[in-house]
Design a protein around this ligand. Structure first.
Ligand code: 4AD
Ligand code: MG
Length: 430
């Protein structure tokens, strides 16, 4: 019977056939251990000379790395491996014998691995990171569906910028100018006025000349937007959502977390509510810590965020930033208009900002004014202003960066390993 590694627990004691690749092997005179992978999982096959016969056993010993096979054998429990099962190989058929595979079990440099990303994805750790990414996406849909949100897809080609005009990818749209979306937010605000609670999940683009371990040129964002919810309500959604995702990864990615040697005890602590610190207090805190490079009114950099995050074992909300350093659409605090009703959620362990969110300006006149202050003009903005003319309501939303969240939960250093084919400042290949 044909099956997959993910399904072998249902076939203990049975003889099955699995389409697989040979990841690695070890052999002695009488026994060969074949490390098999089939996409759904990783399992050891044990080939014994006495069972296979001399000729087939020699063939097994000569198998090259990444050769594709149909392997047949009986599934048995194996308490020594954390996977828990292995195959006693009774036969195999080679589909293709692989040529010299460039990624050998020895160490390789990052640039070499990135040049071979199309192959590197097959490795145990990269596979684990992608499975964690997949679980975060699954748990995201689950959370928002269960809580009554409608999935809405904002456009990728747009005539306006959502997050400032300097980091836009420009393209032609026939005779018009167009940009790749930096954020679906403005469209999601329109959608919230039509559907109440909405979320999007899609690629976003930033022509940022930043070469850091947290920045990608193309990244994926989850953007919920909620009518009739204020800033405080939104923070509660955020902490519930993030807690749900962390728990889902802990529950469903045990082997992947283990392959990555992720310390799960730190993830076990991630449960709502999350601590909050105001921007004002964060500045004072940083000054006390000896950062003389920060003054009220300036934005935080990665070292500042990390220093703040180190005081907590959960993600921390930094709230109420100065209006000056935040986007035009954020609602000023009515009691203190120099700050806005916003928060950045900073992940523990130095993974940085994973969410940016705010309550949005719902007053037409104020929105017009902020527009002018930011030098934003053009027809593309007409529709956005109209949302404040026809039944404007308090509303809030946020954007969670998928790759930074994957990096945090997987415990990988750099976001380049958290997306299948990363787009970086100096990389468009493969
Ligand atoms: O803070 P940002 O820029 O917020 C927005 O775009 C809002 N319009 C979202 C909203 O309210 N609907 O981006 C949101 C998140 C950041 O917190 C970060 O996690 C991620 O997106 N992000 C990036 N991830 C990887 N590479 C980049 N260059 C990123 N820029 C932002
Ligand atoms: Mg931000």
């Amino acid at each position: 019977m044909k099956t997959t590694i993910a399904e072998v627990s249902k076939h203990v004691g049975e003889e099955v056939t699995i389409g697989a690749w040979l990841q690695n092997k070890r052999s002695s005179g009488k026994i060969a251990f074949l490390q098999l992978r089939d996409g759904t999982g990783f399992m050891q096959g044990v080939a014994v000379k006495a069972e296979l016969g001399d000729e087939k056993f020699q063939e097994a010993k000569a198998l090259t790395q990444e050769s594709s096979l149909y392997v047949t054998g009986v599934i048995v429990e194996d308490t020594r491996s954390s996977f828990g099962y292995e195959m006693q190989v009774s036969g195999f058929e080679i589909i293709q014998e692989a040529k010299d595979y460039p990624i050998t079990p020895k160490e390789h440099g990052t640039e070499f691995l990135m040049d071979h990303r199309h192959l590197w994805l097959r490795s145990r750790k990269q596979h684990a990171v992608m499975k964690i990414r997949n679980e975060i996406i699954r748990a995201t849909y689950e959370f928002f569906n269960v809580n009554g949100y409608v999935k809405i897809d904002p456009p990728i080609l747009t005539g306006s910028s959502a997050e400032g005009s300097t980091e836009l990818f420009h393209t032609k749209y026939f005779d018009e100018d167009a940009y790749l979306s930096q954020s679906g937010q403005l469209y999601m605000e329109a959608a919230a006025m039509a559907f109440g609670k909405v979320f999007s999940f899609g690629p976003t683009f930033r022509a940022e000349k930043s070469k850091t371990r947290r920045h990608l040129i193309e990244f994926w964002m989850i953007e919920p937007e909620m009518a009739f919810m204020n800033h405080e309500d939104s923070l509660e959604v955020q902490e519930q959502y993030v807690s749900h995702v962390v728990q889902a990864v802990l529950d469903n990615c045990r082997l992947d977390l283990e392959a990555l040697e992720r310390d799960t005890s730190v993830l076990e602590k991630i449960k709502a509510p999350f601590p909050r610190i105001s921007y004002d207090d964060a500045v004072s805190f940083l000054k006390e810590k000896g950062f003389d490079d920060i003054e009220w009114g300036e934005d935080f950099g990665a070292p500042h965020e990390t220093a703040i995050a180190e005081s907590y074992d959960k993600p921390v909300f930094i709230t109420n930033y100065p209006a000056e350093i935040k986007a035009f659409y954020m609602k000023p605090d009515p009691d203190r208009p120099e700050v806005v009703l916003c928060a950045d959620l900073i992940a523990p362990e130095g993974y940085g900002e994973i969410i940016g969110g705010s309550q949005r300006i719902d007053d037409l006149e104020l929105m017009r004014q902020r527009y002018e202050e930011h030098g934003l003009t053009g027809d593309a903005y007409q529709w956005y202003l109209q949302l404040r003319e026809y039944g404007s309501v308090p509303h809030s939303g946020f954007g969670l960066g998928l790759e930074r969240t994957v990096a945090w939960l997987s415990g990988v250093e750099h976001v380049r390993e958290t997306i299948p084919f990363p787009r970086l400042l100096n990389r468009l290949y493969p």
